[in-house]
Each structure stands twice: as C-alpha cells, then as structure tokens.
Write a protein of this length. Structure first.
Length: 182
C-alpha cells in the first residue's frame, strides 16, 4: 500500500496539460485563486449587494402596480445599516440586510413568490414576501421593518428596490404581483 494520499484519484485535465508536478500546480492554482477571490462581507451588517445612497441622492421608485411613488436611501441607525423609505410624509425603516436575505430566499424558492403587501396590524398571507419579511423563520427571526407601527408593507416597498438593483424580476399588474430572483 502506498503512502501517497493522491494515488488512485483521477488527475485533473488542466494539471495533465501543464506538465507541472502536482504540488507546484496546486500552489499556482491557489495563488491565482487568492488574486481573483472577491471578499464577501463577514459581518451581517455589511451588505454584498446594496450600494450606499444618501438622502440627497435616493432611489426614486414606484410600487409594483405603478400607482405610488416613493424614495429609498441608505443610512445608519444604532450602528446598523438601514433602508429609509419615504412615502409622502411617512418614513419607514427596514434592516438593510433584507436585500441580501430576500434575494437568497427567492433563489432558494426557485420560482415566482407572491408579494402580499400588508400593514403591520393586518395578517400577511402565508407564503408571500410580506409573510416572510415578518416571520420568525427568516434570518433575523422576525420583522425587517424597524419602526413599531410601520413595520409592514415590506412586500410593497422592498421588491421595487431589488428590481432596480437587478436582483429580481417583478410583475407590475394592478393586483397580486409576484417576484423571482435573477
């Protein structure tokens, strides 16, 4: 029995073509990988997909049916990155990690998911983006909305931002809109 742990394993065609000894080829591959690896956030407060937008340069968005305009920008509150959503004179706050978390949920779902927007005081229809945005089973263990009394409407205001960021496809019907990950 050989002491070589690689004996019996198939050789990579790339390594065969290089003619380099295995250890040298592995080291070269590791170095090349280190040079091209993109460092993703290690803390959950850092966002992989959400660019910074100030109050002076917000995203100008419309609800999925296109009936209401609103703005969103990023800010920081209590050391946490947040989304500030301004609808007329009403200001809502959402935990900014909702963008990455919702995108991951949509990718896992693999198909269209109904939005189901509802105010905080009303129950959300099961299986919708709104229900997920307040569920104890999501990554934050509850509401992504941060202002008590104004924590709902997640399924109305967050999806258009995700569409703007190129993370999802979003329907724009008068009612019962859905979204899916890109």
């Amino acid at each position: 029995m050989s002491n070589n742990p690689l004996q019996g394993r198939p050789r990579s065609p790339a390594l065969i073509k290089t003619g380099m000894p295995f250890a040298a080829a592995a080291e070269a591959g590791r170095q090349a990988q280190e040079e091209t690896t993109v460092q993703l956030p290690t803390e959950r407060n850092e966002m992989a997909t959400l660019p910074i937008r100030s109050k002076d340069n917000p995203w100008k968005l419309k609800t999925p049916p296109g009936t209401s305009e609103y703005t969103m920008h990023t800010d920081e509150k209590d050391g946490k990155k947040i989304l500030v959503c301004t609808v007329g004179s009403t200001v809502l706050h959402y935990d900014a990690r909702c963008i990455d978390d919702l995108h991951a949920m949509l990718k896992k779902a693999g198909d269209w998911v109904e939005l189901g927007g509802a105010d905080e005081q009303k129950p959300a229809k099961e299986g919708t983006v709104e229900a997920w945005g307040r569920s104890g089973a999501n990554p934050v263990g509850g509401w992504y909305g941060l202002k008590k009394g104004l924590r709902g409407r997640f399924g109305v205001y967050v999806p258009p931002l995700m569409e703007e960021l190129g993370l999802c496809e979003l329907e724009h019907n008068a009612r019962n809109n859905r979204m899916r990950a890109k």
